[in-house]
Ligand binder design. Structure first.
Ligand code: FA5
Length: 344
């Protein structure tokens, strides 16, 4: 066979092989340049035609033209098919995206039992017309003690093991009660508010005591407020929180310098009938300390105690959460152990 014809055949074969390997549009362009471009072997053969004799030209000419057109057409067809395949793949991906497919290995979070309890407590009090209030955790001596009828050197300060700071008269609040006078100063009367929040005490940690725990303060100030309002509020709240139509509660005298008279409201232990380790064998649990706001506290908040009266309470929210969910150790609540938290 004519040497040029042999060369044309091997160009056609090389092209067919390279065409199989093309993966991108750019590779199509590159292939076109290398087989049809100015520097391609085919162009060199075409340019050499003028040097051939008439017979040879008659033999080689049509073969060269046929190879050139064949390559051009094959490229065009393959390019078109490639573009269509790509477009279809994109549509298929969108059409057949399975929204119900299971995501492997995801860890699902949920609301912490503290936050669940705070939300529930807020809902109960808001349904009774209370608003949710807030105050600083880094507090002054004045709001934490003095304004609450606990002046400097008063022995009642020993009831609260306080974390003092390097800043004079600044402390980590030992209870949520400082928000009582803060709210009296900033709000209009009548005033009904609750303050769920974190408090701090420098205490030995055990199953029922933490150095950082949650309390919820509450107060209602208006004309003619009496202790019966306090007892009715405590009962309504505890019944709703523990989802009971009847709830056995008892009321004992209690001492807090900022209330007069002061009370401890207890409820029957929800875990036993004869006494257990949670209720310390007494069958009663202290859940709701409170009382009538002391006239000195109303005065500190700029309220005339001869015209207005009010009650206040401040329960251990951490303890109520333990009771509600049957948690026997307060340290679990901030432990962050997923095995424990996943139960709620
Ligand atoms: C007070 O802190 C008063 N401010 C409550 C109050 C407010 C009384 C308004 C009257 C009027 P007490 O120190 O008893 O009171 O604390 C209240 C509750 O906090 C306790 O009943 C207990 O449930 C919880 N508590 C106290 N210390 C700790 C602690 N270290 N860890 C967890 N809970 C605690």
């Amino acid at each position: 066979m004519n040497a040029i014809l042999t060369q044309i055949e091997s160009i056609k074969q090389a092209f067919a092989q390279d065409l199989q390997k093309v993966q991108t549009l750019k590779e199509f362009d590159d292939l076109k340049v290398s087989f049809l471009g100015k520097k391609s072997s085919l162009q060199a053969l075409l340019a050499g035609m003028k040097d051939l004799g008439a017979d040879e030209r008659r033999e080689v000419g049509p073969a060269l033209q046929e190879a050139k057109t064949g390559i051009e057409q094959a490229l065009e067809v393959a390019r078109q098919a490639f573009t269509e395949r790509k477009a279809k793949a994109a549509i298929d991906k969108e059409l057949y995206f399975d929204v119900t497919a299971k995501r492997p290995g995801g860890v699902r979070g949920h609301i912490h039992p503290y936050s669940q309890a705070i939300e529930e407590i807020e809902d109960i009090f808001m349904s009774m017309g209370y608003e949710v209030l807030d105050g600083p955790e880094l507090e002054t001596d004045f709001y934490n003690f003095t304004a609450l009828n606990i002046p400097q050197d008063h022995p009642a300060r020993d009831m609260y093991d306080t974390f003092w700071t390097n800043k004079k008269s600044m402390l980590m609040r030992t209870h949520t009660s400082p928000v009582q006078v803060r709210s009296m100063e900033s709000k209009e009367l009548p005033l009904a508010g609750i303050v769920p929040g974190r408090v701090y005490r420098h205490e030995a940690v055990d199953a029922t005591h933490e150095i950082q725990f949650l309390q919820c303060e509450g107060f209602f100030i208006d004309k003619n407020v009496t202790v019966s309002h306090l007892f009715a509020t405590a009962q309504t709240f505890l019944k709703q929180l523990f989802k009971k139509d009847e709830l056995d509660i008892r009321i004992r005298p209690g001492f807090f310098p900022f209330v007069e008279p002061g009370f401890e409201i207890d409820m029957r232990c929800p875990f036993c009938s004869k006494g257990c380790s949670v209720c310390k064998k007494s069958t009663w649990m202290e859940v709701f300390p409170g009382g009538m706001i002391h006239p000195n506290v109303l005065r500190a908040g700029g309220i005339d105690p001869d015209v207005y009266s009010g009650f206040a309470f401040g329960f251990g929210l951490s303890r109520l959460v333990m009771l509600k969910y049957g948690i026997d150790d307060i340290r679990h609540l901030y432990g962050g152990k997923l095995k424990f938290l996943e139960q709620f």
